[in-house]
Design a protein around this ligand. Sequence first.
Ligand code: GRF
Length: 204
Amino acid sequence: MNQGNIAVLLSGRGSNFAAIVRASRRANANFSVRLAISDRFDAPGLRRAERFHIPAQYVDPRAFPDKAAYETQICELLEKERIDLVCLAGYMRLVGPVLLSRFAGRILNIHPALLPSFPGLDAQAQALRHGVKVSGCTVHFVDSGTDTGPIIAQQAVAVHPDDDVDKLSRRILRQEHRLYPRVVHLFCAGRLHIQGRHVIINEE
Ligand code: GRF
């Protein structure tokens, strides 16, 4: 792939989206962000996309009879823009069979914990409640489960004794913003290969 076309699906703030866009605008980037899609009209990430002059699209799930119809609409938008890779970034929905099959092996997600620990909602709070000393973030391929797909890359972060959810989330988020663009780069360089549960990262 010479220049990968990326779409980001988001439901909220969009700071990972912004990190991916910034990385795409550096010299030698091998991808560009073509589209942001949100299932929430009021997602701040959509406003960020406008500021970056990236097409931003709100798709209202309630406007469709079911998830398959909703995802068919999303797939049409993605295919129209010739999207190679879909990055979920704070997208608060499980991906269904329509999107999964039409973009098989081409959907990534970032999660604010070291999977398989603390999947699902409020990962940082789960980690704090459990009393772990180390947490972090994970970028993985998306499958039909909640944060269960093959792991591509992880970055550990120390948990401090006086951490609260905000402090830990901020420390993890800084690493998310570094890790996600790196993985997008690897994908677009054709260096990621899924073998069962394992993701092989080929040397350049
Ligand atoms: C991030 O913590 C990400 O790991 C999780 O949702 C949050 C999204 O934040 N999946 P943002 O919208 O990218 O700022």
